[in-house]
Design a protein around this ligand. Structure first.
Ligand code: FDP
Length: 330
């Protein structure tokens, strides 16, 4: 039997539990369609003239790659006219993107990192698109939305997911009831369910961290990693393995499928500043990981309970295996 399509899965979810409103279904299908186009652009590489930098910087002060900007535009264009959104926000834009007045507006807020792991684009390694969906606050219909309307904790997300552009193009999705994997069938242009509901394996002794930042880690994280490096010769009496792709989607995807722990802690010496962004990186990944039986915290607090203060807020991220994330507290 052929694997069911994303559309069929969503329609069945809508019927089954009435948990998935039609507007949210349209939103997810629209994001998934944009990800197909992004996947196509990425796969052309140098032939499609999409590699390299633009010479501009985004709001985070990072050099923008051509693909960062192309993917951002694709997601904005795909989502602005459908009537399902109130506004959007992206890593690549300083402030929120309101739906133009010529289009109808809906009740959802879409946040995304159009290309995560951009340093990998030019060297043919996996990158991805991460997205998070919130509802616009009650009573906001009819007035102009502001950044403040986006500042909701991750536990209010109604859907989250990522597309990973690797050896295969996959879409990993949660609508708050399990995590499902869809593989892009390029010949027919359709997403087909290939796994789910996903439960991440527990007990895998594999950690992902950028070792070069060791001197900036909080002491508790340095100790946690030190013990694992000592492995069978240290107090844990067992060996661990390390993997780091420098593309959060790829590291999180490996952890979802194979287990282990991902750490990008806040920098202890600069008053806790961190690298990853709360609203469109940490929150969607935390929801997916929790839905698959793992845990996600910032060193102290559950990521999904953090009340954001700003749209582009950064946060320490420790996620994955239940027991390991429990040990890795600051
Ligand atoms: P990038 O800036 O290249 O988009 O989003 C931040 C991120 O990638 C993550 O995907 C990745 O895990 C991390 O940065 C890589 O950080 P390092 O450069 O410290 O390895």
């Amino acid at each position: 039997m052929q694997a069911i399509s994303l559309s069929r899965f969503l329609i069945e979810q809508q019927r089954l539990k009435e948990a998935l409103p039609a507007e949210l279904r349209l939103l997810i299908e629209t994001v998934a369609r944009a990800c197909k186009t992004i996947s196509h652009a990425i796969s052309k590489g140098a032939l499609g003239e999409v590699l390299g930098s633009l010479g501009s910087e985004n709001v985070q002060g990072e050099v923008q790659k051509k693909l960062d900007v192309i993917a951002n535009e694709l997601l904005l264009d795909a989502n602005e006219w459908g009537g399902h959104l109130a506004a959007m926000a992206s890593e690549e834009m300083e402030t929120i993107h309101r739906i133009p007045n010529r289009y109808p507006k809906g009740e959802y807020l879409l946040l995304f990192d159009p290309i995560d792991g951009s340093s990998n684009i030019d060297v043919a390694l996996s990158v991805g698109t991460i997205f998070s969906v919130l509802k616009a606050p009650e009573g906001s219909a009819g007035r102009e939305l502001t950044e403040q309307d986006f500042l909701q904790p991750g536990n209010r997300q109604v859907a989250a997911g990522y597309a990973i552009y690797g050896p295969q193009t996959l879409l990993i999705l949660t609508i708050g009831a399990g995590v499902y994997e869809f593989t892009l069938d390029r010949e027919v242009g359709s997403w087909r369910m290939t796994d789910g509901p996903l439960q991440m394996p527990q007990g895998n002794r594999e950690f992902a961290i950028n070792m070069a930042r060791r001197r900036q880690w909080p002491p508790a994280i340095a100790n946690y990693i030190e013990e694992r490096i000592l492995g069978a010769e240290g107090p844990l009496r067992k060996d661990y393995n390390m993997r780091w792709t420098a593309s959060m989607v790829a590291d999180v995807h490996r952890i979802l499928k194979r287990g282990g722990i991902f750490l990008y802690p806040a920098d202890a010496r600069s008053g806790g500043s961190a690298r990853l962004r709360l609203m469109y990186e940490a929150n969607p990944m935390a929801l997916l990981i929790e839905q698959a039986g793992g845990a996600a915290h910032d060193g102290e607090q559950r990521i999904l309970d953090i009340i954001p203060a700003t749209l582009h807020q950064r946060v320490g991220v420790i996620l994955g295996d239940q027991r390991e994330t429990d040990f890795a507290r600051t």
